[in-house]
Ligand binder design. Structure first.
Ligand SMILES: O=c1[nH]cnc2c1ncn2[C@@H]1O[C@H](CO)[C@@H](O)[C@H]1O
Length: 340
């Protein structure tokens, strides 16, 4: 097991499903909480943070998530947060990451869209230079904020069009937030060349995934674990090569699944559905991408070669432009060969 752990640690990896504010380390969250003490329920003591991050259910998770979002109040906070995420990804030998960023939350709090985009782009340059990580953005609509949020997210994406932007997403709760209402926004984003990557089938059933495919033109699905309940859907995903971004520990911690050993990833893989493994909101869920790989290896019975294939899948499913995918695949090959 130790061998596999160190193999995973050194393996060059891609991360496709990780949220911006949800990646803030306990140190950063505590620092921001201390800065805004008295105006936020978030504890400034890192030791108490773990307790604060015990989620009763998905709705409670979103409530806590938004309280952390509220700590990001100016573009310097955005710059620091994003750069530090790059550091943590680099430490894990993540070479490429698509970070789900929610510009609406920041713009609504008074950070101008231009300043927000400049801050993430500065951090992108810094992360490439200092940590060897290529960061890209998925701008997501926070579903609970409805159509005004969709409108604003699209506006920021199209007007600012930061260099790292590759895709358009939809996050937050699924219950009470039907996917089809967002179709016009996804249509426009796709027409402008952005990839469609909505969350679906994390907390509701397979019908939400069908909606994401039919109405939003999903090319990849955030979570999508409910597909395991629908044979026809799994066959459709397999035949059309539509990958799911699976985040095992997240599903346990938000109580979308009750037992990690019963996680649907095994059913999905057995049905030939393309999957990658991702960390979602790692410090909030007490995990890392390395741990998610270890968990997937255990659930799927993978050895080092299987784990390397899992890393290759994430690269292939990514929207990395140019010859970036081929370069990262070659890095994985070289690493695997060197490990013998
Ligand atoms: O696992 C998740 N599922 C859905 N949304 C999430 C998750 N983690 C973080 N967010 C974030 O929740 C906010 C409110 O909609 C959004 O910013 C979304 O990106």
């Amino acid at each position: 097991m130790t061998d596999l752990t160190s193999f995973i640690a050194g393996l060059p990896k891609a991360e496709l499903h990780v949220h911006h504010v949800g990646s803030a380390s306990p140190r950063i969250v505590a620092e921001l909480a201390a800065r805004h003490e008295g105006t936020s329920p978030v504890p400034a003591d890192p030791a108490r943070l773990a307790e604060y991050f015990e989620f009763r259910d998905f709705a409670h998770f979103i409530e806590i998530y938004l309280s952390v979002v509220d700590l990001i109040r100016d573009d310097e906070d955005v710059r620091l947060l994003t750069y530090e995420i790059g550091r943590e990804l680099g430490r894990q030998n993540v070479r490429y990451a698509e970070l789900t960023v929610t510009p609406y939350s920041s713009v609504r709090r008074g950070i101008p869209a231009k300043a927000f985009c400049e801050a993430i782009e500065d951090a992108r340059s810094g992360a490439a230079r200092d940590f060897g990580v290529d960061l890209r953005w998925c701008f997501d609509i926070p579903g609970e904020a409805g159509l005004p949020a969709a409108e604003e997210t699209l506006r920021v994406a199209l007007d600012e069009r930061p260099d790292g932007l590759v895709s358009f997403g939809l996050g937050g709760p699924e219950i009470g937030v039907p996917r089809p209402q967002f179709k016009p926004y996804f249509d426009q984003a796709r027409a402008a060349g952005l990839h469609s990557v909505p969350h679906a089938g994390e907390t509701t059933g397979p019908e939400t995934i069908w909606d994401a495919l039919r109405e939003l033109g999903a090319e990849r699905i955030g979570h999508g674990i409910a597909a395991a309940q629908d044979e026809r859907l799994m066959a459709h995903l397999a035949e059309n090569g539509i990958p799911l971004e699976v985040c095992p520990t997240s599903n346990l911690r938000t109580r979308a699944v009750t037992d990690l050993d019963q996680h649907p990833i095994t059913t999905l893989v057995a049905a030939g559905v393309p999957v990658s493994v991702n960390s979602d909101d790692p410090p909030m869920f007490g995990t890392t991408l390395e741990q998610e790989y270890a968990t997937a290896a255990r659930l799927l019975g993978l050895d080092t070669a299987g784990v390397a294939d899992l890393a290759r899948a994430a690269v292939r499913h990514s929207f990395r432009p140019g010859d970036g995918k081929a370069a990262l695949l070659a890095e994985i090959d070289a690493y695997q060969a060197a490990q013998g």
